[in-house]
Design a protein around this ligand. Structure first.
Ligand code: SER
Length: 405
Protein backbone atom coordinates (compact mmCIF):
# COMPACT_ATOMS: atom_id res chain seq x y z
CA UNK A 1 0.00 0.00 0.00
CA UNK A 2 1.20 3.50 -0.68
CA UNK A 3 -0.29 6.54 -2.21
CA UNK A 4 -0.05 9.67 -4.24
CA UNK A 5 -3.42 10.37 -2.66
CA UNK A 6 -1.90 10.94 0.77
CA UNK A 7 -3.27 14.15 2.25
CA UNK A 8 -0.57 16.89 2.49
CA UNK A 9 -0.16 16.17 6.19
CA UNK A 10 -1.11 12.54 6.81
CA UNK A 11 -3.42 12.30 9.82
CA UNK A 12 -2.37 10.45 12.95
CA UNK A 13 -4.49 7.54 14.13
CA UNK A 14 -5.90 9.78 16.87
CA UNK A 15 -6.90 12.39 14.27
CA UNK A 16 -8.59 9.72 12.16
CA UNK A 17 -10.54 8.63 15.22
CA UNK A 18 -11.55 12.20 16.02
CA UNK A 19 -12.64 12.89 12.44
CA UNK A 20 -14.71 9.70 12.37
CA UNK A 21 -16.42 10.42 15.69
CA UNK A 22 -17.14 14.07 14.83
CA UNK A 23 -18.45 13.09 11.37
CA UNK A 24 -21.07 10.71 12.64
CA UNK A 25 -21.84 12.77 15.75
CA UNK A 26 -22.78 15.65 13.41
CA UNK A 27 -25.10 13.20 11.68
CA UNK A 28 -26.88 12.30 14.90
CA UNK A 29 -25.06 9.12 15.96
CA UNK A 30 -24.56 8.26 19.63
CA UNK A 31 -21.11 6.91 20.53
CA UNK A 32 -21.28 3.57 22.37
CA UNK A 33 -18.42 2.51 24.66
CA UNK A 34 -16.35 -0.43 23.37
CA UNK A 35 -17.32 -3.87 24.65
CA UNK A 36 -14.84 -6.44 25.99
CA UNK A 37 -12.90 -8.62 23.54
CA UNK A 38 -14.14 -11.61 25.53
CA UNK A 39 -17.58 -12.84 24.54
CA UNK A 40 -19.74 -14.39 27.25
CA UNK A 41 -20.07 -18.19 27.40
CA UNK A 42 -23.53 -17.98 25.79
CA UNK A 43 -21.92 -16.85 22.50
CA UNK A 44 -20.52 -19.69 20.35
CA UNK A 45 -17.81 -17.25 19.19
CA UNK A 46 -15.00 -16.69 21.72
CA UNK A 47 -13.99 -13.12 20.88
CA UNK A 48 -15.58 -9.92 19.61
CA UNK A 49 -14.87 -10.11 15.89
CA UNK A 50 -16.55 -6.96 14.56
CA UNK A 51 -18.15 -3.72 15.64
CA UNK A 52 -21.64 -5.14 15.21
CA UNK A 53 -20.92 -8.35 17.13
CA UNK A 54 -21.87 -6.94 20.58
CA UNK A 55 -24.96 -5.38 18.95
CA UNK A 56 -26.25 -8.55 17.29
CA UNK A 57 -29.38 -8.81 19.46
CA UNK A 58 -30.13 -5.08 19.14
CA UNK A 59 -29.89 -5.22 15.35
CA UNK A 60 -32.07 -8.33 15.23
CA UNK A 61 -34.66 -6.57 17.41
CA UNK A 62 -34.25 -3.27 15.56
CA UNK A 63 -33.94 -1.19 18.73
CA UNK A 64 -31.30 -0.01 21.18
CA UNK A 65 -31.68 2.04 24.37
CA UNK A 66 -29.30 4.71 22.99
CA UNK A 67 -31.39 5.36 19.87
CA UNK A 68 -31.58 4.55 16.18
CA UNK A 69 -28.25 6.06 15.06
CA UNK A 70 -25.26 4.50 16.78
CA UNK A 71 -21.49 4.40 16.36
CA UNK A 72 -18.54 2.80 18.12
CA UNK A 73 -14.82 2.21 17.99
CA UNK A 74 -14.70 -1.45 18.91
CA UNK A 75 -11.65 -3.54 19.70
CA UNK A 76 -11.85 -6.80 17.76
CA UNK A 77 -9.89 -10.02 17.62
CA UNK A 78 -9.84 -12.52 14.78
CA UNK A 79 -7.87 -15.74 14.85
CA UNK A 80 -9.24 -17.15 11.59
CA UNK A 81 -6.67 -15.08 9.67
CA UNK A 82 -3.76 -15.97 11.94
CA UNK A 83 -1.72 -17.48 9.11
CA UNK A 84 -2.11 -14.30 7.09
CA UNK A 85 -0.78 -12.17 9.94
CA UNK A 86 2.48 -10.68 8.77
CA UNK A 87 1.11 -9.56 5.40
CA UNK A 88 0.25 -5.90 4.81
CA UNK A 89 -3.37 -5.90 5.90
CA UNK A 90 -4.20 -8.57 8.51
CA UNK A 91 -3.92 -8.08 12.25
CA UNK A 92 -5.14 -10.37 15.02
CA UNK A 93 -6.33 -7.44 17.14
CA UNK A 94 -7.62 -4.30 15.49
CA UNK A 95 -10.20 -1.59 15.94
CA UNK A 96 -13.34 -1.31 13.88
CA UNK A 97 -15.05 2.00 13.26
CA UNK A 98 -18.72 1.14 13.18
CA UNK A 99 -21.95 2.99 12.64
CA UNK A 100 -25.52 1.83 12.43
CA UNK A 101 -28.98 2.85 11.40
CA UNK A 102 -31.65 0.86 13.22
CA UNK A 103 -34.57 1.34 10.87
CA UNK A 104 -33.70 5.02 10.48
CA UNK A 105 -31.90 6.17 7.32
CA UNK A 106 -31.62 3.88 4.27
CA UNK A 107 -28.55 2.08 2.87
CA UNK A 108 -27.82 4.61 0.06
CA UNK A 109 -27.64 7.44 2.63
CA UNK A 110 -25.02 5.45 4.50
CA UNK A 111 -23.04 4.96 1.27
CA UNK A 112 -23.12 8.67 0.53
CA UNK A 113 -21.96 9.62 4.04
CA UNK A 114 -19.21 7.03 3.82
CA UNK A 115 -18.08 8.46 0.49
CA UNK A 116 -18.12 12.03 1.82
CA UNK A 117 -16.20 11.02 4.94
CA UNK A 118 -13.41 9.61 2.78
CA UNK A 119 -13.29 12.45 0.27
CA UNK A 120 -14.27 15.56 2.29
CA UNK A 121 -13.34 14.27 5.75
CA UNK A 122 -10.06 12.51 4.92
CA UNK A 123 -9.13 14.13 1.62
CA UNK A 124 -8.97 11.01 -0.56
CA UNK A 125 -9.31 12.06 -4.24
CA UNK A 126 -12.62 10.70 -5.60
CA UNK A 127 -10.83 9.32 -8.66
CA UNK A 128 -9.07 6.75 -6.46
CA UNK A 129 -12.29 5.10 -5.29
CA UNK A 130 -14.07 1.99 -6.53
CA UNK A 131 -17.22 0.36 -5.15
CA UNK A 132 -18.58 -3.15 -5.24
CA UNK A 133 -22.26 -4.03 -4.94
CA UNK A 134 -24.36 -7.17 -4.66
CA UNK A 135 -25.21 -8.48 -8.13
CA UNK A 136 -28.23 -10.58 -7.08
CA UNK A 137 -28.85 -14.32 -6.76
CA UNK A 138 -31.85 -16.68 -6.73
CA UNK A 139 -33.04 -15.32 -3.36
CA UNK A 140 -32.29 -11.59 -3.35
CA UNK A 141 -32.30 -9.22 -6.34
CA UNK A 142 -29.31 -7.10 -7.37
CA UNK A 143 -28.71 -4.02 -5.23
CA UNK A 144 -29.65 -1.46 -7.88
CA UNK A 145 -30.16 1.31 -5.32
CA UNK A 146 -26.52 1.05 -4.23
CA UNK A 147 -25.29 0.87 -7.85
CA UNK A 148 -27.31 3.97 -8.78
CA UNK A 149 -25.93 5.89 -5.80
CA UNK A 150 -22.33 5.10 -6.78
CA UNK A 151 -22.94 5.86 -10.43
CA UNK A 152 -24.47 9.20 -9.45
CA UNK A 153 -21.29 10.01 -7.51
CA UNK A 154 -19.10 8.95 -10.43
CA UNK A 155 -17.61 5.97 -8.55
CA UNK A 156 -17.01 2.89 -10.73
CA UNK A 157 -18.95 -0.17 -9.61
CA UNK A 158 -18.19 -3.88 -9.75
CA UNK A 159 -20.98 -6.38 -9.13
CA UNK A 160 -20.30 -9.63 -7.31
CA UNK A 161 -22.43 -12.24 -5.58
CA UNK A 162 -20.55 -13.99 -2.72
CA UNK A 163 -18.14 -11.10 -2.04
CA UNK A 164 -21.05 -8.72 -1.50
CA UNK A 165 -23.15 -10.83 0.81
CA UNK A 166 -22.40 -10.39 4.49
CA UNK A 167 -23.33 -12.92 7.14
CA UNK A 168 -22.19 -13.68 10.64
CA UNK A 169 -22.21 -17.43 9.98
CA UNK A 170 -24.52 -20.03 8.42
CA UNK A 171 -27.51 -18.73 10.42
CA UNK A 172 -28.47 -15.33 11.77
CA UNK A 173 -28.33 -11.74 10.54
CA UNK A 174 -27.22 -11.16 6.97
CA UNK A 175 -27.74 -9.07 3.87
CA UNK A 176 -26.22 -7.62 0.72
CA UNK A 177 -23.36 -5.23 1.23
CA UNK A 178 -21.48 -2.61 -0.68
CA UNK A 179 -17.77 -2.09 -0.16
CA UNK A 180 -15.64 0.94 -0.86
CA UNK A 181 -12.03 0.54 -2.03
CA UNK A 182 -9.10 2.94 -2.41
CA UNK A 183 -6.42 2.56 -5.11
CA UNK A 184 -3.05 2.35 -3.35
CA UNK A 185 -0.38 2.17 -6.04
CA UNK A 186 1.24 5.60 -6.48
CA UNK A 187 3.18 4.44 -9.52
CA UNK A 188 0.21 3.81 -11.81
CA UNK A 189 -3.27 5.25 -12.22
CA UNK A 190 -6.21 3.13 -11.03
CA UNK A 191 -7.07 0.20 -13.24
CA UNK A 192 -8.95 -3.10 -13.17
CA UNK A 193 -11.45 -3.82 -10.35
CA UNK A 194 -11.30 -4.71 -6.64
CA UNK A 195 -11.82 -8.46 -7.13
CA UNK A 196 -9.07 -8.62 -9.77
CA UNK A 197 -6.37 -6.35 -8.38
CA UNK A 198 -5.11 -6.31 -4.77
CA UNK A 199 -3.95 -2.71 -5.13
CA UNK A 200 -7.59 -1.85 -4.47
CA UNK A 201 -7.78 -1.94 -0.67
CA UNK A 202 -11.15 -2.20 1.06
CA UNK A 203 -11.75 0.59 3.55
CA UNK A 204 -15.45 0.29 4.35
CA UNK A 205 -18.22 -2.26 4.25
CA UNK A 206 -21.84 -1.04 4.32
CA UNK A 207 -24.21 -3.93 4.98
CA UNK A 208 -27.90 -3.64 4.23
CA UNK A 209 -28.75 -5.82 7.22
CA UNK A 210 -32.29 -6.80 6.47
CA UNK A 211 -32.49 -10.61 6.64
CA UNK A 212 -32.11 -13.42 9.09
CA UNK A 213 -31.21 -16.89 7.84
CA UNK A 214 -32.92 -19.66 9.78
CA UNK A 215 -31.49 -23.09 10.61
CA UNK A 216 -33.33 -24.57 7.62
CA UNK A 217 -31.42 -22.10 5.39
CA UNK A 218 -34.34 -19.87 4.46
CA UNK A 219 -34.09 -16.06 4.51
CA UNK A 220 -36.67 -14.09 6.49
CA UNK A 221 -36.84 -10.30 6.30
CA UNK A 222 -36.10 -8.43 9.53
CA UNK A 223 -38.97 -6.44 10.98
CA UNK A 224 -36.69 -3.40 11.15
CA UNK A 225 -34.14 -3.19 8.30
CA UNK A 226 -30.79 -1.90 9.58
CA UNK A 227 -27.58 -0.57 8.07
CA UNK A 228 -24.30 -1.84 9.53
CA UNK A 229 -21.05 -0.16 8.53
CA UNK A 230 -17.59 -1.36 9.46
CA UNK A 231 -14.15 0.07 8.70
CA UNK A 232 -10.88 -1.45 9.87
CA UNK A 233 -9.10 1.45 11.54
CA UNK A 234 -5.49 0.32 11.05
CA UNK A 235 -6.07 -0.42 7.35
CA UNK A 236 -7.72 2.97 6.79
CA UNK A 237 -4.87 4.69 8.61
CA UNK A 238 -2.30 2.83 6.48
CA UNK A 239 -4.02 4.11 3.34
CA UNK A 240 -4.24 7.67 4.67
CA UNK A 241 -0.66 7.68 5.93
CA UNK A 242 0.54 6.33 2.59
CA UNK A 243 2.58 3.52 4.12
CA UNK A 244 3.18 0.14 2.55
CA UNK A 245 1.26 -1.73 5.26
CA UNK A 246 -0.53 -1.54 8.60
CA UNK A 247 2.89 -2.04 10.21
CA UNK A 248 3.99 1.30 8.70
CA UNK A 249 1.38 3.27 10.64
CA UNK A 250 2.06 5.50 13.63
CA UNK A 251 0.57 2.98 16.07
CA UNK A 252 2.38 -0.16 14.86
CA UNK A 253 5.72 1.47 14.06
CA UNK A 254 6.94 1.63 17.71
CA UNK A 255 6.31 -2.12 18.02
CA UNK A 256 8.23 -2.81 14.83
CA UNK A 257 11.07 -0.52 15.94
CA UNK A 258 11.37 -2.29 19.28
CA UNK A 259 11.23 -5.76 17.71
CA UNK A 260 13.82 -4.99 15.08
CA UNK A 261 16.24 -2.69 16.90
CA UNK A 262 16.13 -4.12 20.44
CA UNK A 263 15.29 -7.76 19.74
CA UNK A 264 17.00 -7.77 16.33
CA UNK A 265 14.16 -9.65 14.62
CA UNK A 266 13.92 -9.85 10.83
CA UNK A 267 11.00 -8.22 8.98
CA UNK A 268 8.75 -11.31 8.93
CA UNK A 269 9.25 -12.23 12.58
CA UNK A 270 8.91 -8.67 13.79
CA UNK A 271 5.44 -8.39 12.31
CA UNK A 272 4.16 -11.64 13.78
CA UNK A 273 5.69 -10.98 17.22
CA UNK A 274 4.33 -7.41 17.29
CA UNK A 275 0.88 -8.54 16.25
CA UNK A 276 0.66 -11.41 18.73
CA UNK A 277 2.02 -9.42 21.66
CA UNK A 278 -0.26 -6.50 20.97
CA UNK A 279 -3.28 -8.85 20.87
CA UNK A 280 -2.09 -10.54 24.08
CA UNK A 281 -1.72 -7.20 25.88
CA UNK A 282 -5.34 -6.39 25.03
CA UNK A 283 -6.60 -9.80 26.13
CA UNK A 284 -4.80 -9.44 29.46
CA UNK A 285 -6.28 -5.94 29.73
CA UNK A 286 -9.73 -7.49 29.32
CA UNK A 287 -8.95 -9.75 32.28
CA UNK A 288 -7.92 -12.97 30.52
CA UNK A 289 -5.23 -15.35 31.80
CA UNK A 290 -3.54 -18.03 29.66
CA UNK A 291 -5.18 -21.43 30.10
CA UNK A 292 -5.83 -24.82 28.58
CA UNK A 293 -9.29 -24.22 27.16
CA UNK A 294 -11.33 -21.73 25.18
CA UNK A 295 -10.21 -18.07 25.32
CA UNK A 296 -7.30 -18.73 27.68
CA UNK A 297 -5.92 -21.32 25.28
CA UNK A 298 -5.97 -18.82 22.41
CA UNK A 299 -3.96 -16.36 24.53
CA UNK A 300 -1.50 -19.12 25.40
CA UNK A 301 -1.14 -20.06 21.70
CA UNK A 302 -0.51 -16.45 20.67
CA UNK A 303 2.23 -16.12 23.29
CA UNK A 304 3.72 -19.51 22.35
CA UNK A 305 3.91 -18.41 18.73
CA UNK A 306 5.64 -15.17 19.74
CA UNK A 307 8.00 -17.01 22.09
CA UNK A 308 8.88 -19.49 19.37
CA UNK A 309 9.85 -16.71 16.94
CA UNK A 310 11.97 -15.03 19.61
CA UNK A 311 13.65 -18.28 20.68
CA UNK A 312 14.47 -19.30 17.11
CA UNK A 313 16.09 -15.93 16.60
CA UNK A 314 17.98 -15.89 19.89
CA UNK A 315 17.19 -18.10 22.90
CA UNK A 316 18.31 -15.29 25.25
CA UNK A 317 15.46 -12.94 24.22
CA UNK A 318 12.80 -12.44 26.88
CA UNK A 319 9.19 -11.39 26.48
CA UNK A 320 9.29 -9.43 29.73
CA UNK A 321 11.58 -6.93 28.03
CA UNK A 322 8.51 -5.58 26.26
CA UNK A 323 8.55 -1.87 27.21
CA UNK A 324 5.76 -0.59 29.45
CA UNK A 325 5.30 2.31 27.01
CA UNK A 326 4.08 -0.11 24.31
CA UNK A 327 1.70 -1.75 26.77
CA UNK A 328 0.36 1.57 28.08
CA UNK A 329 0.13 3.17 24.62
CA UNK A 330 -1.86 0.22 23.29
CA UNK A 331 -4.24 0.37 26.27
CA UNK A 332 -4.75 4.12 25.75
CA UNK A 333 -5.44 3.73 22.06
CA UNK A 334 -7.95 0.93 22.67
CA UNK A 335 -9.52 2.80 25.63
CA UNK A 336 -8.66 -0.03 27.97
CA UNK A 337 -6.88 0.13 31.30
CA UNK A 338 -3.99 -2.31 31.03
CA UNK A 339 -1.74 -2.81 34.05
CA UNK A 340 1.84 -3.30 32.77
CA UNK A 341 2.69 -5.35 35.91
CA UNK A 342 -0.13 -7.76 35.14
CA UNK A 343 1.12 -8.07 31.55
CA UNK A 344 4.67 -8.72 32.80
CA UNK A 345 3.44 -11.41 35.19
CA UNK A 346 1.63 -13.20 32.35
CA UNK A 347 4.59 -12.86 29.97
CA UNK A 348 7.07 -14.07 32.58
CA UNK A 349 4.87 -17.08 33.41
CA UNK A 350 4.55 -18.07 29.76
CA UNK A 351 8.27 -17.54 29.20
CA UNK A 352 9.08 -19.90 32.11
CA UNK A 353 6.73 -22.63 30.92
CA UNK A 354 8.05 -22.32 27.33
CA UNK A 355 11.64 -22.60 28.58
CA UNK A 356 10.70 -25.69 30.62
CA UNK A 357 9.14 -27.34 27.58
CA UNK A 358 12.19 -26.54 25.45
CA UNK A 359 14.68 -27.73 28.10
CA UNK A 360 12.67 -30.95 28.49
CA UNK A 361 12.60 -31.37 24.72
CA UNK A 362 16.35 -30.85 24.47
CA UNK A 363 16.94 -33.59 27.08
CA UNK A 364 14.63 -35.96 25.23
CA UNK A 365 16.35 -35.23 21.92
CA UNK A 366 19.70 -36.00 23.57
CA UNK A 367 18.41 -39.36 24.82
CA UNK A 368 16.78 -40.25 21.50
CA UNK A 369 19.90 -39.30 19.59
CA UNK A 370 21.87 -41.66 21.87
CA UNK A 371 19.37 -44.41 20.98
CA UNK A 372 19.70 -43.57 17.25
CA UNK A 373 16.00 -42.66 16.95
CA UNK A 374 15.41 -39.32 15.28
CA UNK A 375 12.94 -40.06 12.48
CA UNK A 376 9.65 -38.38 11.55
CA UNK A 377 7.75 -40.35 14.22
CA UNK A 378 9.98 -38.76 16.86
CA UNK A 379 9.40 -35.29 15.48
CA UNK A 380 5.68 -35.90 15.66
CA UNK A 381 5.92 -37.24 19.19
CA UNK A 382 7.96 -34.27 20.40
CA UNK A 383 5.39 -31.94 18.93
CA UNK A 384 2.15 -33.72 19.72
CA UNK A 385 2.98 -35.33 23.06
CA UNK A 386 5.52 -32.95 24.54
CA UNK A 387 4.16 -29.67 23.16
CA UNK A 388 7.27 -28.51 21.30
CA UNK A 389 6.53 -26.30 18.29
CA UNK A 390 7.69 -28.09 15.09
CA UNK A 391 10.24 -25.35 14.31
CA UNK A 392 11.77 -25.79 17.78
CA UNK A 393 11.90 -29.56 17.26
CA UNK A 394 13.66 -28.93 13.96
CA UNK A 395 16.21 -26.64 15.57
CA UNK A 396 16.89 -29.09 18.43
CA UNK A 397 17.40 -31.81 15.85
CA UNK A 398 19.90 -29.64 14.00
CA UNK A 399 17.80 -28.73 10.92
CA UNK A 400 19.10 -25.74 9.01
CA UNK A 401 17.01 -22.59 9.65
CA UNK A 402 15.07 -21.72 6.49
CA UNK A 403 16.26 -18.13 6.74
CA UNK A 404 12.93 -16.84 5.46
CA UNK A 405 12.42 -14.36 8.24
N1 SER B 1 -20.50 -6.43 9.70
C1 SER B 1 -19.61 -5.88 8.72
C2 SER B 1 -18.18 -6.32 8.92
O1 SER B 1 -17.86 -6.92 9.92
C3 SER B 1 -19.69 -4.40 8.74
O2 SER B 1 -19.62 -3.92 10.04
O3 SER B 1 -17.39 -6.08 8.05
Amino acid sequence: MSGHHVPPVPPSTQQVLETFRAWYRERGHVLLPPASLLRPGTDPVLFTTSGMHPLTDDLARGSHPAGRRLMSVQRCLRTTDVDEVGDDTHLTAFQMLGCWSLGDYPHPTSLRWGYELLTDGFGVPPGLLHATVFGGDGDVPADDDAARLWEGLGVPVERTVEDNWWSNGPVGLCGPDSELFVWTDPATPPSSTPTRDARWVEVANHVSMRFRRGTEGRLAPLGVPCVDVGTGLERLVAVLQGGASVYDTDVLRPWVTHGSSVWGLGPGDVRVVSDHLRASVLLVGDGLAPGHTRQGYVLKRLLRRALTRLWLHDPALRLVDLPDALVGGTGDLFELTVDPRQVRTVLAGQQRSFERVVADGARRVGRLRGAGRLGDDVRRELHETYGLPPEVVGRLLGDEPDGAA
